[in-house]
Design a protein around this ligand. Structure first.
Ligand code: ARG
Length: 305
């Protein structure tokens, strides 16, 4: 058995308090304005998620929710945060702001961008107001020697070039084809430096093979396992995986067999708009030079067509 090392990122999060969580429109297959979340239950679930992260040694910075932005609770999509090597940026970090595919979510940036700036981070944009490439940060994870970035339903291929040059890193693109796994974080979850949950059914064949070849020990999920409870939409704090409640027993058992602690949280209200534990949390401690190499000028690698 090879030695595995825990992820060094995933201890510091930004989250948005669900003061105005509703379903006003449908931009993914789960959303139905006729099936509204219960606001009190949603708040209780969110508070318990924050408490769980803090109990496990993580920290949470809270952004207020705009009243006109019901999906803003899915903080993962606000932007892609990185800590850059010292000298490159004398700041707490840099955030490449998302440029949402759907106009219904674009106003979120009007609040989150100044918030990130006030928090001591620098920010940049790949596009604004529907002009320029779309990027949704739930499509992007540090893994191995690169950022892996899903594109298709939400993020556009052109955004990968922006990410690579602005952050000075390698970006490996993966083409997402499954309409219900519209963000990479519904189909991919890094667990430690060798293991990750992977739902190959989210991707075209070349991208599924490319992702599986990047993960030495994948926990391969069927589409059903990935979709029924969003179990790939989990977070990892050290050796603990925070899974959405109701996740498949097989998945929990494999995680335990690998030596992880498993904690389940109820996030049912948030499943109604198509997001779970990962979507509600945005890690801000991925560090260039530690968690992924610096590549001056950046580099984009795309799957074969
Ligand atoms: N209703 C949101 C949307 O469709 C859900 C976002 C889920 N977030 C995520 N990181 N996968 O945009």
């Amino acid at each position: 058995m090879s030695i595995t090392r825990p992820l060094r990122w995933g201890r510091r999060y930004v989250m948005v308090r669900p003061d105005h969580f509703r379903i006003d429109y449908a931009i993914n297959p789960y959303m139905d304005p006729a099936d509204q979340p219960d606001a009190r239950r949603a708040m209780a679930e969110w508070i318990e998620l924050v408490a769980t992260i803090e109990r496990l040694g993580g920290t949470v910075e809270v952004v207020p929710q705009r009243e006109d932005a019901p999906d803003m609770v899915y903080a993962m999509n606000l932007g892609l945060a990185m800590v850059l090597p010292e000298g490159l940026a004398a700041s707490r970090g840099h955030v490449v702001m998302s440029h949402m595919r759907f106009a219904e979510r674009r106003m979120e940036t009007l609040t989150s961008q100044p918030w990130f700036e006030r928090s001591g981070r620098t920010t940049s944009y790949v596009g604004r107001d529907g002009v320029g490439a779309h990027l949704e940060a739930g499509d992007v994870f540090a893994w191995g020697d690169a950022l892996v970035a899903g594109y298709g339903p939400r993020t556009e291929e052109m955004a990968l070039k922006h990410l690579a040059t602005e952050l000075g890193v390698r970006v490996r693109g993966l083409r997402i084809t499954h309409p219900a796994m519209y963000h990479l974080d519904l189909a991919f979850c890094p667990l430690d430096d060798r293991r990750a949950m992977v739902a190959p059914g989210a991707f075209d064949q070349a991208s599924a093979e490319a992702l599986l070849s990047l993960v030495p020990e994948p926990l391969v999920l069927t589409d059903d396992e990935a979709l029924s409870t969003f179990c790939a939409n989990s977070i990892v704090i050290g050796q603990t995986v925070v899974l959405p409640a109701g996740s498949p027993a097989r998945v929990r058992e494999q995680l335990v067999a690998w030596g992880f602690e498993v904690v389940e949280v109820e996030v049912w209200q948030f499943h109604k708009a198509g997001g779970s534990v990962r979507c509600l949390t945005n890690p801000v401690d991925v560090t260039v030079g530690r968690d992924l190499p610096s590549v001056p000028g950046g580099q984009v690698l795309l799957p074969p067509v």
